[in-house]
Each structure stands twice: as C-alpha cells, then as structure tokens.
Design a protein around this ligand. Structure first.
Ligand code: ATP
Ligand code: MG
Length: 480
C-alpha cells in the first residue's frame, strides 16, 4: 500500500542492535531507587518522576532510532510528491512495524505524539516545528542543541525543547539553508535565510559558534499588528495615532528607531497603512518582512553573494534601481550601511514620505548613527554639511522600545526642526512617562504630549489634517 514511498530492496532493520541500544539507554531498575524523605518522613514524589523521566528519555531514544530508520526506509525523492495523508500513514506504518520489532508498547497518545514528531523530522524542522506553529511565540532562539529559548509577550523563556545532539541540530539547519540554495559549513559559518512560511532565520555554526550552533528565528506573523491593535496593546495612544496618520499622509520622512526586537518593523508596517492606496510604494529589505496593504507595491529583497562571492545585490543596489522605477514612496526595511547615502538623497529629492528603521536607542542616537553610517560609507563631508543633509531629509523620528516588563511601546515621537549652528535641532512631541513599578514588576506610566506645538501644524492644516489642539496637551489624568 505504501510502496510508492518506501525504498525497495532495503535490508531488514537491525533488530538486535536496536533492542540492545534501547535496553542500554533505559535499564529497568533492579532495586527500587532510593526514596528521598521529607522532613516529615513521608516519601517525596521521586519515584514516579524518575520513572517518567526515564520513560521520556527512552521515548526520545526510540524516536531517534526510528527517525534513522525512516530516512533509510523512505524513498526521499518521492516525498515531495506525496500527499500529507499518505506520508503520515506511511510514517505511522513504518513506526508501528519498528515498535513491534522493538517490543515497545506505547499508548495511543504517545503513539500520536511520536508519529507527529517523526513527521516533523521528515518534512519539517524537527523539534522546532511545534514552536513554529505556536502563535504565542515571537522569536525562537537556539543556543546549541540542548537549549532553546522562546520569546512570548516580550519575555524570554527557556523551553524543554532540545535536539538530540549537535549533529541533529546541524541537520535541521542544513535542511533550511539548502532549501533556499545556500550552504553553511566551517568556511561559511553563518547564514541568513527566509523560511517557507516567511519567518526570518539566522544561523551560525561552529567553530564560530563556540558551544554549538546558534539559531535565531523571528516568526512571521500572517496577521500583522494594525494601528488599532497597537493602540489596544498600549504601544501608543489614539492621539499619537492621529498625529502619525497626519505625518504619513502629509509625506513627512520618517525614521523608526529602536533596539533589537523592539517593534521597529511592526511599527513601520503599521505606519504604512496610512499611505494612500493610489500611491506607488517600493519596499527594499534584506529579508522581506513588510506586508503592505496597498494595491500598488513593488517588493525587493537584497541578496548576499553566493559561495564564489558573486551575485550580491545590496540594499543600496536595490535603492538606486528603485529611484528609476518611478516610486511615490520608498520604504527601506532597515538602514544599516552605505545605503544611507541614497536613502537621504531620495528623501531630499522628491521622494518625500519615505520611511525606514534604524537601530538606535533614542532620537539623538539615531541621528548619530546616521552620521556614523555616512562616515563609514567613505563620504568625506564636513560634519555640518552631513548634519544639514540629515536635518533636511528626516522630519520625524519615532522611538520604539521593549521595556523591562516585556511591553513594547513607542516611547518618543520627535520632530527634527532644522539646524542651530552645528547642531540638529529637535523637539519631542510625545513621550512615554514612566512613574514606577508595580510589585510584580509591571511598569507604571503613561503617554503624554510634551506641550510643544508641532513644527508641522501648518503643513498638517494645509493638507486637511487639522488636528485638535487637545492632542498636544500634556497628560493630566490617573496613572496607569
Ligand atoms: N506593540 C507590540 N505589542 C506586542 N507585540 C509586538 C508589538 N510590537 C511588536 N511586537 C512583536 O514583537 C516581535 C518583534 O517585532 P519586530 O519584528 O517589529 O521588531 P524589530 O524591532 O523590527 O526587530 P529586529 O531588530 O530583530 O528587526 C514581533 O513578533 C512582533 O509581532
Ligand atoms: Mg525588524
């Protein structure tokens, strides 16, 4: 029945070896294990826990062995054309046969879990698969085969997911990168890729990764957080949203600044929803993450060089080409290198309303980062000239931050108003004011306008965005 996917003429699995291996792994205790006693004298729950642990270990050994057999027995080239149902049936048949040979009896639930895990090993990313399917997980971070962290609600948690060993982890990494035509090995020890579901993937393997391969996955969210969602989650207020809407619609050039995982891309994506549907938008990213809702969007993704060091297409190449593609707006996922020159030039020469993100901890810091990037790109210009380029290109810096309680908030919205002498002048219009901590370490604070009049009020008004003055009044309510 399953012969389509089963290799023909395979030798019988090595039964004896396997039973021996399994027996070696999980010897039945000859004498009852020592029971630790509590002070009161009642036995603690050590025995069942030990048993449970042993059984788990044994199951995981069986799984590894079965997986090996599956790879031997399955006709891997036929897998691509196999339907999911056929493949599942095939896997469960091979597993059942092997379990019987090994005289291992599993209950229905264990069998289902085992079959699912085997299926994940064969077609998916093994132990990572349940985490990839778990919608509450944002990031998956693997530090060698025995430590997998996830980020939920802005907080990192250690999971009980592990790989059998480094070889197992490397096999999964290899599966991912070879699917996108890349290679990772000693001479190419790190790689960026995009998973089939759109998730962003980075891996670094030994010897550069000292204690085993390091993997970072930013899960792709099909449903990107909208402005309404972000307001609901307390990332910013409705008033700030109204201000941002006016800023985007009136084509201010905006930089979203923030630390790693602070919500920059999410904010950029949400801001883009304020762009009019009639505009032609070009997006440029190293890993395509943005999901714009507009009809007229051209997406570009840069490409690193291939194994021979050829064929690279940088963000800068894409950006230069984009300028010849009649864009109304250009959105660069993250400015981190020499493309900064072209980005600023584009912002200064008629492609206003462009947006990007930058890795920085405050609005001031974002400007310094821009200056540094310009210097690193080899442009020799007096600092004053550099600053005036920046001041005339960038109108608004929105600061995203992941606070210590895991909440992500837009902690500041700052306008760039021009130059004063050699210094870029800025004014903060909105900020998140922290006032304290609850006993369970939740941050108490509120958003507030700073009370300054927006530098762009006239512009907003002329474009039909007559924001009520109350938006700019400082907060006077209850602490939240
Ligand atoms: N305000 C928010 N509330 C809840 N979750 C959020 C919020 N903003 C972002 N997230 C989630 O946090 C994760 C990180 O967000 P995002 O990718 O936007 O960060 P980033 O700053 O672009 O990260 P990186 O520096 O790695 O590019 C995502 O899974 C996203 O869905
Ligand atoms: Mg990002």
């Amino acid at each position: 029945m399953f012969s389509r996917y089963k290799k023909s003429g395979k030798s019988k699995p090595k039964l004896v070896e396997l039973s021996e291996a399994a027996a070696k792994q999980a010897p039945e205790p000859q004498t009852p294990p020592k029971v630790q006693r509590r002070a009161s004298g009642t036995p603690a729950q050590v025995v069942p826990m030990n048993k449970e642990k042993k059984r788990k270990e044994r199951l995981s050994e069986i799984k590894v062995e079965l997986h090996k057999r599956l790879l031997d027995d399955l006709n891997l080239s036929a897998l691509e054309t196999a339907s999911e149902a056929d493949l599942r049936a095939e896997i469960s048949a091979i597993a059942a046969e092997a379990l019987e040979e090994m005289s291992v009896v599993l209950n229905r639930e264990e069998r289902a879990t085992l079959n699912q895990e085997l299926y994940d090993e064969v077609v998916g990313l093994g132990p990572l698969e349940p985490l990839l399917k778990d919608d509450t997980v944002n990031d998956i971070l693997v530090n060698g085969p025995h430590q997998v962290f996830v980020e939920r609600n802005g907080k990192l948690e250690l999971t009980d997911t592990t790989f059998k060993d480094e070889k197992h982890l490397l096999r999964i990494i290899d599966k991912i990168v070879s699917a996108v035509g890349r290679r990772v090995d000693e001479s190419n020890p790190y790689v960026d890729a995009r998973l089939a579901d759109g998730s962003r993937f980075n891996a670094m393997v030994p010897p550069i990764a000292v204690d085993g391969s390091l993997v970072s996955i930013r899960k792709f969210k099909k449903e990107k957080l909208s402005v309404d969602d972000l307001v609901r989650f307390g990332a910013f207020t409705e008033e700030m949203a109204a201000y941002l809407q006016a800023a985007v619609a009136t084509r201010l050039n905006i930089i979203v600044s923030g630390g790693t995982g602070s919500g920059k891309t999410t904010t950029l994506n949400a801001l883009s929803s304020f762009i009019d549907d009639s505009e032609r938008i070009l997006t440029i990213e190293d890993t395509a993450e943005l999901q714009l809702q507009q009809t007229h969007v051209g997406r570009m993704e840069s490409r690193p060089p291939n194994v021979e060091g050829k064929g690279a297409v940088t963000q800068r190449d894409c950006l230069r080409n984009a300028l010849r593609m009649r864009p109304d707006r250009i959105i660069v996922g993250e400015t981190r290198g020499e493309e900064v020159i072209d980005m600023l030039q584009a912002m200064n020469t008629g492609h206003d309303g462009s947006m990007t993100t930058i890795h920085a901890n405050s609005a001031r810091d974002a400007v310094s980062r821009l200056e540094n990037m310009i210097a690193m790109a080899g442009i020799e210009m007096p600092i004053k000239a550099v600053r005036s380029q920046i001041a005339s290109a960038v109108n608004l810096i929105v600061q995203a931050s992941r606070l210590q309680d895991g909440s992500r908030r837009m902690v500041s919205i700052t306008e760039i108003t021009g130059m004063e002498g050699d210094v870029i002048s800025m004014q903060e219009v909105f900020r998140y004011q922290r006032v304290g901590l609850t006993p369970d370490n939740k941050i108490i604070g509120h958003f507030t306008a700073t009370g300054v009049r927006s530098h762009f009020s006239e512009r907003f008004k002329m474009w039909g965005y007559d924001l009520p003055a109350s938006i700019f009044e400082p907060f006077e309510g209850e602490q939240r």
